[in-house]
Design a protein around this ligand. Structure first.
Ligand code: HEM
Length: 518
């Protein structure tokens, strides 16, 4: 199976509510018994809200592009808005100021996560992404920062990442008449994360397992990412949850089984290797770190299911976000040839044409960094962040937020807020040239990685990969579109081009530049 068939643009089902079958109406009516719940809440002063419908609340207002619909609603109901998804009240923050309240001032309260059925089915909520704050989350996030995304480890990974980039460039050169950009990017991002976490190339991992095609790991991960982004009516209308009429539980169980098989074999194999050798090796990878932690009697037990969940997190959270960002950047550059030319001129003058761009060049490439920030402003990979949840009842501004309320921060809308940005809809990297604004979560106008306790732990790796891959793709090739550029977007937990970018890439540096290994 070719990779591109794994992400067919016709794969629709994302957040939006699909028409609910009439056959379900009697059951929906049963949900009307829930008003007791609302009566209790009606004494609270919630943020402004549009009129809702019985039972489904505001679900019908979401449409197929919830980030856009919520943006439009926020223009009328304000930057802190309250909606009801089925029986669940939710809060939407849509301005830099309200994002700051949620992610900084009240971060300790909003650091909770929702508990969607998919997350329960897939890894019993043992993933980082869906864990509630507590000793386990603290431990795994700490391990990520101290063992995986620490500078020393990233430095150590530089040379193989660089060789992976060279491999990507050769692959592009090999299919230059028709480059399926997303497919190539998935391959390299999976490879990088695989090498960093389990010390192996992903192809070696899956070739040993018994579940079929060699890209079954990628297929399972893409299915996982897809399911997390699907709107599951059962999460919001609890009486419908048990029916699983969208097949979410069934599909989640299948993907969970696949991931447990793949990572289970990797874990067993590593455990055997560790038993044979005496003590830790100097080149211990993240899997070793997790296994060592699991073998210690700590306050937080780490089982194989925890390890599988963390591995799936790192792969799942890392591949699609970086891929989508680079694909958006290339598409914007193709749509703005003068910006592409300016970027290529910067690369030629700083790097020359006899070598590839290296990580150490990035600090001398301000226009490249501006192009990446501008891409992340207009096309943040996770447009609503992952849903946060209030851990206790609290007051934000003068409004009450009930305990457990899911909170979405619409960073996509914030990137287009006319009060924060001049000409917000224009792709204009120059806006960042004289600005100190970065993407690290201190500037609430620009939050592609979130901020605070639940901010992205993979930021350092993510941003460095995006810079390195985009810079080299643009430095090494002259790009041209094959058909009219299609910037249509597709909403999901990761927001990407609806139709993967296919373009022509003509080598513009001497061939040996992409051929020499280091
Ligand atoms: C361009 C690349 C990336 C972008 C734009 C990005 C963005 C994000 C965002 C917006 C969140 C949610 C923050 C929130 O809910 O407040 C997140 C969470 C997360 N990201 Fe990333 N990410 C990227 C790369 C990576 C990489 C490379 C990894 C790991 C290999 C990673 C691992 C994670 C994990 C584990 C979480 C969950 C954190 C938690 O719930 O506590 N990300 N990321």
């Amino acid at each position: 199976m070719e990779l591109r068939h794994l992400f067919s643009p016709n794969d629709t089902c994302v957040y939006p509510l699909r028409p609910i079958s009439l056959a379900l109406l009697p059951l929906l009516l049963l949900c009307a018994l829930l008003p007791i719940f609302f009566l209790r809440r009606s004494r609270l002063r919630l943020p402004p809200s549009p009129p809702g419908l019985p039972i489904i609340g505001h679900l019908h207002l979401l449409g197929t592009k919830p980030h856009r619909s919520l943006w439009e609603l926020s223009k009328r109901y304000g930057p802190l808005m309250s909606l009801r998804f089925g029986s669940v009240p939710v809060i939407i923050a849509s301005s830099p100021a309200t994002a700051r309240l949620i992610l900084q001032k009240y971060d300790h309260i909003f650091a909770g996560r929702t508990r969607p059925a998919v997350a329960v089915q897939i890894h019993e909520c043992k993933s980082i992404v869906f864990s509630q704050p507590g000793p386990y989350l603290k431990l795994v996030r700490q391990l990520c920062f101290s063992e995986l995304f620490i500078n020393k480890r990233l430095e150590f990974s530089r040379s193989f990442i660089f060789n992976e980039v060279r491999h990507l460039l050769r692959e592009v050169a090999g299919s230059s008449d028709r480059v399926f950009v997303r497919e190539k990017l998935y391959e390299i991002t999976v490879s990088i994360i695989s090498r960093m976490t389990i010390g192996k190339n992903a192809k070696d991992v899956v070739s040993k397992v018994s579940i079929g095609a060699s890209n079954s790991l990628l297929a399972a991960l893409l299915e996982l990412i897809h399911l997390v982004g699907v709107f599951n009516v059962g999460d919001y209308i609890p009486l419908l949850g048990w029916m699983d009429f969208q097949g979410m539980s069934r599909r989640s169980k299948t993907v969970s089984q696949k991931l447990r098989t793949i990572f289970g074999e990797v874990i067993d194999e590593r455990r055997n290797e560790r038993q044979k050798r005496d003590g830790e090796t100097a080149d211990a990878d993240f899997l070793d770190v997790l296994l060592t932690t699991s073998s210690r009697q700590t306050e937080v037990p780490i089982t194989d299911l925890h390890i599988t969940a963390v591995m799936a997190d790192l792969f799942g959270a890392g591949i699609d976000t970086s891929t989508a960002t680079i694909e958006w950047a290339l598409a914007e550059l193709l749509g703005h040839p003068h910006i592409l030319k300016k970027l290529q001129d910067e690369l030629s003058s700083v790097v020359g044409s006899t070598r590839l761009v290296q990580e150490s060049d990035v600090e001398n490439l301000p226009y490249l960094r501006a192009v990446v920030k501008e891409t992340m402003r207009l096309h943040p990979a996770v447009p609503l962040l992952l849903p946060h949840a209030a851990r206790q009842q609290c007051q934000v501004n003068e409004y009450d937020i009930p305990s457990g309320t899911p909170v979405y921060v619409n960073v996509w809308a914030i990137g287009r807020d006319p009060n924060a940005w001049e000409n917000p809809l224009k792709f204009h990297p120059e806006r960042f040239l004289d600005s100190k604004m970065d993407v690290r979560g201190h500037h609430f106008e620009l939050l592609p990685f979130g901020s605070g306790r639940r901010g992205c732990p993979g930021l350092a790796l993510g941003i460095s990969n995006v810079h390195l891959m985009l810079a080299n793709l643009v430095h090494v090739f002259e790009w041209a579109t094959l058909t009219e550029l299609d910037m249509t977007e597709k909403f999901g937990v990761v927001y990407a081009l609806a139709n993967p970018l296919v373009a022509k890439a003509e080598l513009k540096v001497p061939k040996q530049v992409i051929e020499t290994e280091i």
